[in-house]
Design a protein around this ligand. Sequence first.
Ligand code: 3HC
Length: 290
Amino acid sequence: MSNSPISTLGVLGAGQMGGGIAQVAAMAGINVKVFDSFPGALDKCKAVHAKSLAKLVEKAKLTKDAADAAAARISFVASLDQLTGCDWVVEAVIEDVRVKKDLLAKLAAMYPSDDVVLATNTSSISITDLATAAGSTAHRVVGMHFFNPVPLMQLVEVIPGIQTSPAVVERTIALATAMGKTPLRANDRAGFISNRVLMPMINEAFYAWMEGVAEPQAIDGIMKLGCNFPMGPLRLADFIGLDTCVHIMNVLADGLNNDRYRACPLLKQLVIAGRLGDKTGRGVFEYPAK
Ligand code: 3HC
């Protein structure tokens, strides 16, 4: 039986983040509709769900019945018009302000009632700016920032834009809690808290490598063993995606108007060379299996 404050969640984007959000919601008893128009994205998302749910069963974090029930709650649609009947929508598409605004404007038109919250999983783009896409219902747009891998990470960073109503913030906190997560609030400044603190650390690790202070294995080893990080900063950069790291540094530099947030030249060069991390099989480190 679900304790969820909503019955059907719409998720835009079937990638790592959208797929993870869909899975966690379904595990909390919420019906989920996932939309992605990219060919193959939905099949890939289903396969990721199957693997992740099987792993959680193997680790006795979920029963087989609960895993099957969660999978059965998720449906997939390849056109936005089919994303009907939702009482909450979260977008987790590419970190491009124009793409996100375009989709939020379409969602606001599809769902004229401001009872339907429009949440964005942006990692760093201004919620206040994105909310303008919802026009007169900008008060129902809120930042709901999940962390990768979503099924394992505890936090949801909740970010109200200037226009977001206090009631929507309370509802977001309630939903994140019902999804088994711990919601923590941050204000709408570039990078919020998570990426404002995390990304400069990752960027600094690239500077340390570029300046020859230590090799990547040593940089990561020092931070893992000395600071108890589960992954070193360079391994984590590969996991997040080096292109995403550059993008977030650009948002910090522009949004906080400070060049100390500019991406390290070596980090930018790796991106130019197509070494984006886990997703391309090579970033700082190599991942031959991928
Ligand atoms: N679903 C289910 N199980 C999963 C999973 C998933 N999505 N991903 C990993 N697992 C499983 C693994 O298969 C593994 O199982 P095993 O023990 O049977 O092999 C188990 O979880 C533990 O994984 P690992 O042994 O590979 O490694 P760890 O014990 O280190 O845990 C981790 C993995 C939780 C990813 C841990 O390394 C970690 O916390 N890393 C840091 C992650 C982090 O910082 N994420 C935030 C990134 S920033 C972000 O997302 C914000 C954005 O805006 C940039």
